[in-house]
Design a binder for this molecule. Structure first.
Ligand SMILES: [Mg+2]
Length: 103
């Protein structure tokens, strides 16, 4: 695995070389491929596990390039807000499930 600094340089180099418009189109394509891979793994299609791993990795690489373009700090601020919200929803869902199991 590459180190984080090397990866950050790669993401920036890709954005600098290909530019936002081309990379945004690749984001669209990779997200679509992940949607298809998700559908295939849920249907138990042969070879879908490996394909799913590949598409998760593709989206990971593209998302990180978008973070370079839009600003990593700004994105991470929203990630913090949303992760707090997900944590709260998870806790409420667990409490509800535990309450339902007691009744
Ligand atoms: Mg792909």
């Amino acid at each position: 695995m590459r180190d984080e600094k090397e990866l950050q340089k790669l993401y920036k180099d890709c954005m600098d070389f290909w530019g936002f418009e081309k990379q945004a189109r690749v984001v669209q394509e990779e997200c679509a491929e992940l949607i298809v891979a998700t559908s295939h793994i849920l249907r138990g299609r042969k070879g879908s596990y490996k394909k799913m791993l590949e598409e998760v990795a593709d989206v990971y690489l593209m998302v990180h390039q978008m973070m370079i373009y839009f600003g990593k700090e700004q994105v991470m601020d929203i990630v913090d807000f949303k992760s707090d919200r997900v944590k709260s929803r998870l806790e409420k869902s667990k409490e509800k499930l535990n309450g339902d199991q007691r009744n």
